[in-house]
Design a protein around this ligand. Structure first.
Ligand code: ZN
Length: 280
């Protein structure tokens, strides 16, 4: 029966499969499109088909937003201690050590001075890959020092948030960072130094409840989840279905918490224009 017998070798024969190196392709979480990582990178880690913004880290944001070679990192060596000798599935001390090794970062935020189209700024960018971008005492301290730097130099402050919440392994120490960063930002505001907050996917918990929502201008990337408690928790608490797009950047903008939803490719240009407006 020739009609069901394969006349040619399968196009996905074993030899061909072996020729495709591992990890070159990735799937869009939103539309399911299979995208080559190189193509995705050229498109600033945004799906060309549906505009889904893939999560990226400080390294990528610095390279796409800042003038090349202008970033001077501050407090790079600061690492988390383990004040509560906390252990869950593993010791917090080991978790930090593993995260440092895996991510090449010392904690969940990197701060420094830089320029955007020749304008001086102080910038902080969170990294979700480091223990879920959680805010512990190092994140709080580094953000506070970045605010101090902006206060001293009068350069506008830009913070890019990407975080799942407070770092549970530091308990109350982690929660104290909310008050600390709040106080520093209040002082910055009194000194009339501008602060632009950029919220990426996800910006939740203690960071939303403190510095992310205290900007003079709030920008979000399309589709970013922005809220305090996540939609699942809210749904369980109120026992009702949530409206479509609940807590997405566009929904939050409609409610007045976000000023602008900006595509990643336009972020540098938008920041530059805003900095121009603010300084004149
Ligand atoms: Zn897509």
């Amino acid at each position: 029966m020739a009609w069901f017998r394969r006349s040619k070798e399968s196009i996905s024969s074993e030899s061909q499969k072996k020729d495709t190196p591992e990890g070159l392709w990735t799937k869009c979480e939103s539309c399911g499109e299979i995208v080559h990582k190189k193509v995705l990178e050229q498109n600033l880690w945004v799906c060309a088909k549906c505009n889904f913004h893939f999560r990226i880290g400080s390294k990528e944001y610095f390279s796409l937003l800042l003038d090349p070679g202008t970033f001077r990192e501050m407090d790079r060596r600061m690492t988390s201690k383990d004040p509560l000798t906390f252990t869950d599935t593993k010791r917090y001390k080991d978790r930090v050590k593993d995260s440092i090794k895996k991510s090449g970062l010392n904690d969940a935020v990197r701060c420094g001075t830089a320029k955007i189209k020749k304008k001086d700024i102080v910038i902080a960018c969170m990294d979700f890959t480091f223990i879920g971008g959680s805010m512990g005492s190092v994140v709080g301290e580094k953000i506070s020092r970045a605010v101090d730097k902006a206060f001293k130099t009068k350069a506008p402050l830009v913070i890019i948030s990407s975080i799942g919440g407070a770092r549970m392994m530091e308990a109350a120490y982690s929660l104290m960072q909310m008050a600390k960063t709040f106080a520093k930002l209040a002082r910055l505001s009194d000194a009339r130094v501008p602060y632009i907050s950029i919220m990426t996917d996800p910006t939740t918990g203690g960071v939303t409840a403190s510095y992310a929502m205290l900007g003079d201008i709030h920008i979000a990337e399309p589709g970013a989840l922005i809220g305090f408690a996540g939609p699942r928790v809210i749904k369980q608490t109120i026992g009702k279905d949530l409206p479509p797009g609940f807590q997405k950047a566009e929904f939050v903008q409609e409610k007045g918490f976000i000023d602008l939803v900006v595509n990643r490719k336009d972020l540098r240009e938008t920041l530059s224009k805003l900095l121009e407006m603010i300084s004149s």
